[in-house]
Design a binder for this molecule. Structure first.
Ligand code: PLP
Length: 462
């Protein structure tokens, strides 16, 4: 399996290089040269199989012959054994034809764990085979850092530095990063904003002398292995509800469009999906694009679903590439124009093709809070604000059932906003109840690129 860049100016690479480098050197995103496909029989056969087995089949289709099926099966078994629910991603029924897929039973209680747990094992395996060590540098506004630290702590061939804006993330989010005891983990509280942290990461990646000294890598949601890992639960949930014999629809709380795009990947692999609804908060660049045909950046507004406070949905470039018939010159032109002007008009044929599958819905803050309350009253389920955006979206769009709403975080990750919405303070699950008592270790640094680059270098070389 070879991977090409959406912008066409970088050589095709294998699975290992696509995973370990993340972004393609021409600024594009890697996609497989051709979508692997599964037969109806193969998909029907997933019914009743353990999650890890389906994961090995789906992710294995993307790794090709670069990872043996035994190694892939073993990594998937280990990755999904860290989840506290035996089904890994259980379904909960909300109404006659509506279900929640709970993606939050991993170690850091957010859906990022589903991909990050297998990604960390893939890194260790692929780097070990090349006798190589990488240092992952990541800036987090909350959930990604915790999921990454949980997944990469103790890995032999990888070190990780997580930067977070001091005082601007929740205590639960911070503790998922800062209580890891393994010495391949370093956490830094930066006296600045998330944007400062992200700008510093960008500068570090552009610093040639640092990159000569340190083999740097990133694990943000443009990494194709994360997309492949997220396609898995579309298969397991759809098959549980009758696919491939009947099509299933999905409603996905969306920010960077990695999760919803993974549904499109499952569709291209042969899973009958009727509709995918991208549900956004008021940072609704994606929802507007699907509804109006214009992809236009706005100013980021803070909301109670902060993991979706994004105004440039990186993975949208992959869908664009597909719907302009994989024309890399056109894709490069369009996303350069978007970078320069913050706006992009979708070609009518591409927009029409997107609408064969996608719909977009925007949900405001009041409706999000009201949906937490009404869902609790009507079903007894306590949902988090991100999931509430997805549940609320179903009231605004016609989709053929059965419908699965992806539940992307445990309510206990956002206890204050959930309590404010419905009067019930969600408790942490038993497995992480001791989080508040664990010892925290982190360093504090000013928001200065040179200081942080020196810190990363010293940590990588230690
Ligand atoms: C990251 C995240 C999302 C958004 O997912 P994308 O793949 O960026 O669209 C939604 N909900 C939660 C809780 C998240 O952590």
């Amino acid at each position: 399996m070879r991977y090409v860049s959406t912008r066409g100016q970088a050589p095709a690479v294998g699975f290992a290089d696509a995973v370990l480098s993340g972004l393609a050197p021409d600024g594009g995103l890697y996609v497989p040269e051709a979508w692997p496909s599964l037969t109806r029989e193969q998909i029907a056969d997933f019914a009743g199989k353990p999650y890890a087995e389906v994961a090995a089949a789906v992710i294995g289709a993307f790794a090709g012959d670069e990872i043996s099926s035994d190694d892939m099966a073993e990594m998937c078994r280990e990755a999904y054994a860290t989840f506290s629910h035996a089904a890994v991603v259980p379904l909960v029924q909300l109404g006659p034809d509506t279900h929640l897929a709970e993606l939050f039973h991993g170690p850091s209680l957010a859906f990022k764990d589903v991909a990050m747990q297998i990604l960390a094992r893939l890194y260790d395996h692929l780097l070990g085979a090349q006798n190589r060590t990488q240092t992952i540098l990541c800036a987090t506004s909350g959930d990604t850092g915790g999921a990454a630290v949980e997944a990469f702590r103790g890995r032999r061939n990888v070190k990780i530095v997580a930067l977070f804006p001091e005082g601007r993330i929740s205590e639960v989010q911070r503790r998922f990063m800062t209580t890891a005891e393994e010495d391949n983990v370093a956490c830094v509280a930066v006296s600045g904003t998330f944007d400062d942290c992200q700008a510093i990461v960008k500068q570090a990646f552009q610093d040639r002398s640092l990159r000569q000294a340190v083999d740097l890598s990133g694990v943000n949601s443009i990494n194709f292995a994360r997309i492949a890992a997220q396609a898995v639960y579309y298969f397991t949930t759809a098959v549980a509800l009758g696919a491939p014999h009947r099509p299933v629809s999905f409603c996905v709380p969306s920010g960077n469009f990695g999760d919803a795009f993974a549904g499109y990947v499952a569709l291209r692999m042969g899973l009958p999906i009727a509709r995918i609804v991208a549900a956004t908060n008021s940072n609704d660049i994606l929802a507007r694009a699907f509804e109006s045909g214009r992809y236009v950046r706005g100013a980021v507004q803070p909301t109670i679903s902060p993991a979706m406070d994004i105004q440039s949905a990186s993975n949208f470039e992959r869908l664009y590439f597909e719907t302009v018939n994989r024309e890399p010159v056109e894709t490069a032109r369009a996303f350069q124009a978007f970078a320069d002007a913050g706006a992009l008009d979708l070609p009518p044929a591409a927009h029409a093709q997107m609408r064969e599958t996608f719909r977009g819905v925007t949900i405001g803050e009041d409706e999000t809070a009201r949906t937490i309350l009404s869902t609790l009253n009507e079903t007894g389920e306590l949902i988090d604000p991100h999931t509430a955006v997805g549940v609320a979206a179903l009231r605004h769009v016609e989709v053929p059932g059965p419908i699965v709403v992806l539940s992307t975080a445990h309510a206990a990750k956002f206890p204050d906003d959930v309590a404010k919405a419905c009067g019930v303070t969600p408790a942490l699950p038993r497995g992480v109840a001791s989080l508040a008592d664990r010892r925290e270790t982190f360093d504090r640094l000013p928001a200065e690129a040179d200081t942080i680059k020196a810190y990363v270098r010293a940590f990588a070389e230690a």
